[in-house]
Ligand binder design. Structure first.
Ligand code: GDP
Length: 351
């Protein structure tokens, strides 16, 4: 299928009327659909004319209920990356054309505390999904697979900037589990001729980012400080550098990877790197607070046993082969997040 494969299929089938159209609509199954990337990807796929299914776990999953209400076009399917049988059932039910595996224990600091769980979900979960695709998919029913790999795999970086050939040196149980997920995806592609791709995405943020990540923690605290609801912001190390992009841009790259003739792996990044300190400074500035150092305190609790110092990606391959490039700059991203949190916190005050 070429880049236009999906839309071609939709145009042709639309001529045949609604029934055929809905039968021919491409179907995507997204794990981790309740997370930041899952939400952006589901929205994007819906706009592209997909039927979108989200894999959710548990008996009463409050987060899934909230997302289902906000995105009524997503059909939730029950399943768990720790349970192969449930993945087989989910695939049998959905019969997807594309599977996006975004589900993971994704917070690095938590992965040090729950290393085994992280290995099981973030690492072995990938293997289970690939096996499920082998069982349910096959020649008559090929299912394309996207694995959410991470720049955390580069960890103690071997070269700068990092590209698809850069050796991995993960620095956390999360990074180690992601390396397994990445390698097993490549292995299944090479062993079983599967259309499986791995996107090595550098940090990507948005107003939908979880509060545990430093960017959102900062923008939310800045909003609360501005509104007089909070007087200080406790942070860990301000010197690590990250390549931060906008999540909405990054899900487009995921989709593009699955529309190529050949399955390959791609680095997705902005190519710019900034210190945590710079993010903090810009966030305060976006709320017209210049003396930010008054409010920021260092707290041992937010330091990590091992740190990733400098991440910056070289996305030349994604740019040339996929035609992908980011649309939101670093200052625009920071401002977007601060403005969102200012509105969120003032709305809460009003109600
Ligand atoms: P990560 O790149 O996936 O680990 O994303 P995070 O947003 O969790 O962390 C980015 C960087 O910010 C890491 O190097 C952290 O050590 C650093 N950092 C400094 N203070 C904090 C904090 O209070 N919370 C978090 N999450 N990270 C912090």
């Amino acid at each position: 299928m070429g880049v236009d494969g999906v839309s071609d299929r939709l145009t042709v089938s639309r001529l045949g009327g609604f029934l055929e159209w809905s039968l021919l609509m491409p179907r995507a199954l997204v794990t981790g659909v309740t997370g930041q990337d899952g939400q952006y990807l589901a929205e994007f796929l819906n706009q592209q004319g997909y039927e979108v299914f989200g894999l959710v776990k548990g008996q009463s999953n409050t987060r899934a209920d909230i997302v289902a209400e906000e995105f009524p076009f997503i059909e939730m399917v029950s399943g768990d990356l720790q349970d192969l049988t449930s993945l087989v059932s989910a695939l049998e039910h959905v019969q997807p054309d594309e599977v996006y595996n975004l589900g993971a224990i994704s917070f690095v600091a938590l992965s040090f505390k729950q290393a085994e769980l992280t290995a099981n979900v973030t690492g072995l979960g990938v293997l289970r999904m690939l096996e499920a695709i082998r069982i349910v998919g096959g020649r008559d029913n090929p299912m394309r697979f996207y694995q959410a790999s991470s720049s955390e795999m580069f960890g103690k970086v071997r070269e700068t900037p990092q590209n698809e050939q850069t050796p991995f040196y993960p620095r956390s149980p999360y990074g180690v589990a992601k390396v397994f997920g990445h390698d097993i995806t490549v292995n299944y592609r090479e062993s079983y001729d599967m259309y499986a791709c791995s996107g090595i995405l550098f940090n990507h943020e948005s107003p939908r980012r979880g509060m545990e990540f430093v960017t959102r923690k900062v923008t939310n605290a800045v909003a609360r400080i501005k509104l007089g609801l909070q007087s200080e912001l406790m942070l860990g190390d301000l010197s690590p550098r990250r390549d931060w992009g906008f999540a909405g841009d990054y899900v487009r790259a995921m989709w593009l990877m699955l529309q190529q003739d050949q399955p390959e792996d791609y680095v997705v990044a902005t190519g710019e790197t900034h210190e945590v300190r710079e993010f903090v400074q810009l966030a305060f500035a976006a709320a017209d607070i210049e003396d930010w150092e008054r409010y920021v305190k260092q707290d041992e609790r937010f330091m990590r046993p091992a740190e990733v110092d400098l991440l910056v990606g070289d996305a030349t391959k994604a740019r040339t082969k996929l035609g992908w490039k980011p649309s939101i700059s670093f200052p625009e991203l920071v401002t977007m997040m601060v403005e969102h949190d200012l509105k969120l916190e003032s709305d809460k005050l009003r109600h």
